[in-house]
Design a protein around this ligand. Structure first.
Ligand SMILES: Nc1nc2c(ncn2[C@@H]2O[C@H](COP(=O)(O)OP(=O)(O)O)[C@@H](O)[C@H]2O)c(=O)[nH]1
Ligand SMILES: [Mg+2]
Length: 448
């Protein structure tokens, strides 16, 4: 049985056994919805800015209020969900700075036409106290990753199921432009810091990946206007003696009469980086915005969201279901709950998906790496380029089942040899074992 069907069957049987537990009934609906990705972190960590950067539109108000859900919709619309009352429609005004609604008590749902939101619903959660039970995955934002900053990530792992599946959290080191006092190489330094954290076992156990992000530059890159581009190109064309001094501090920038609005949109390091990029061949709005998005870390973060979260929607929904069942069974010790708990444990043990997700994320971080070709194959077989069988086998052309089986058999043999001692390093052997599991699961789906 697939992970999804096993988790749903367990959910149904738990609901049947405990009809009074209402939290479980919502779980059924969640399977038919897009992935729910929560953006979490302290006030000012850049959550709303990231929502805007991901949607590519000014959709989230800057600031910190209630939990706001951003869902796809045919036209902008807002619904309030006050606690203990019926939901109601709210008047919504679309301004150049995004949608505006009145204050609400409870959750707010903004429907917004967006290709991105068709694949995932974003939850902009208020800092502190927000429960993340409603989400399937979490982007946790913090400018620094000191032990105290990671406490909320440890809180997310307070149950056995959560600890066994640390695949739903991505740590985002936000406000990357402010590192180094905002020098132009701040983004490069941020990348190095993120890599160092990704290799730290204490951080690795808490999240799937670590990404640096200059959110402000990222959000502006996604919404850069022609006028803004022209202004940047103009600054880049001025003699460097005129601009370089003015770009050293906010005071000097403003004193030189440079446009304040641009500073607000990009931050000083962002303006500096954009000017450097405009001077070095990024001479259209699209190329400049594209490079700014890449340097800010947004492009890689979006790749992770697409390949490690959205492409794994089923596994993450299953995980959320298992967490909900676990929590419903919590503290109940009857023969009925024991049987359900044993099934929950078996589903977890048998789910290749969670181990694959970890593997794909950690392959480049292994202390001893595989040769490039093998690493790419492991990544592919474990579903890193897509979870359907042709993507896993790297088949570009339509291939019949016996052909796919042959490909998979060969790979299976190769990785079995590695898992059984063909590589000396313990973590490599462990990785090879998971690739073997992936191959076995493919053969299983091919009906061998
Ligand atoms: N310099 C800089 N400022 C940022 C960045 N991200 C957000 N901000 C600013 O920090 C303030 C709070 O951002 P916001 O996204 O509302 O944070 P939230 O409270 O977590 O939702 C706003 O003034 C943003 O413009 C960033 O990456 N760099
Ligand atoms: Mg906010």
């Amino acid at each position: 049985m697939s992970l999804a069907s096993a988790a749903q069957a367990l959910l149904d049987d738990t609901v049947a056994a405990y009809p009074q537990v209402t939290s479980l009934r919502h779980q059924r609906h969640r399977w038919t919805e897009p992935l729910r990705v929560a953006v979490a972190g302290r006030a000012g960590s850049g959550k709303s800015t990231l929502v805007n950067a991901l949607v590519g539109d000014k959709v989230a108000p800057i600031g910190d209020g209630c939990t706001v859900w951003y869902q796809d919709g045919t036209s902008p619309r807002a619904t309030a969900y006050p606690p203990d009352l019926d939901p109601y429609e709210l008047p919504l005004t679309v301004t150049p700075d995004g949608p505006r609604t009145g204050q609400v008590d409870g959750d707010l749902v903004i429907h917004w036409p967006s290709r991105v939101l068709r694949q995932m619903t974003l939850l902009d959660t208020p800092s502190g106290g927000a429960t993340l039970d409603d989400a399937d995955a979490v982007l946790h934002l913090t400018p620094a990753a000191r032990p105290a900053d990671l406490a909320p990530l440890r809180d997310l792992q307070s149950s056995a199921v959560a600890r066994a599946t640390p695949v739903a959290t991505v740590l985002v080191l936000s406000r990357a432009d402010e590192i180094n006092g905002g020098r132009t190489d701040a983004f490069v330094t941020a990348r190095q810091i993120a890599r160092r954290h990704a290799r730290d076992p204490a951080v690795r156990d808490l999240c799937l990946r670590v990404h640096p992000l200059g959110g402000l530059a990222a959000a502006t890159a996604r919404t850069l206007t022609d006028v803004e581009f022209e202004t940047l190109a103009h600054l880049a064309a001025l003699p460097r003696t005129d601009t370089d001094g003015a770009l050293l501090s906010t005071d000097r920038y403003l004193a030189a009469g440079l446009p304040a609005e641009l500073l607000h949109r990009l931050g000083l390091p962002g303006v500096r980086l954009a000017v450097v990029l405009a001077r070095t061949g990024h001479d259209t709005r699209l190329t400049l915005a594209g490079e700014l998005a890449r340097r800010s870390g947004l492009t890689e973060l979006r790749d992770t969201i697409a390949h490690s979260l959205v492409a794994r929607t089923e596994a993450l929904k299953a995980r959320a279901t298992l967490l909900a069942v676990e929590s419903a069974l919590d503290g109940q010790w009857t023969p009925k709950t024991d049987a359900l708990r044993v099934r929950l444990g078996r589903i977890l043990a048998e789910a290749t998906e969670f181990r694959e997700m970890r593997l794909v994320a950690t392959l480049p971080e292994l202390p001893v790496r595989f040769p490039a070709e093998l690493e790419a194959e492991a990544h592919r077989l474990a579903g890193g380029d897509g979870t359907d069988i042709p993507a896993r086998l790297g088949l570009d052309e339509p291939t019949d089942a016996p052909g796919m089986r042959r490909h998979c058999d060969e790979a299976l043999l190769r990785w079995q040899v590695l898992a059984e001692g063909g590589v000396a390093d313990r973590r490599q052997r462990r990785a090879a074992t998971i690739v073997v599991e992936s191959c076995a699961a493919i053969l299983d789906r091919l009906g061998v």
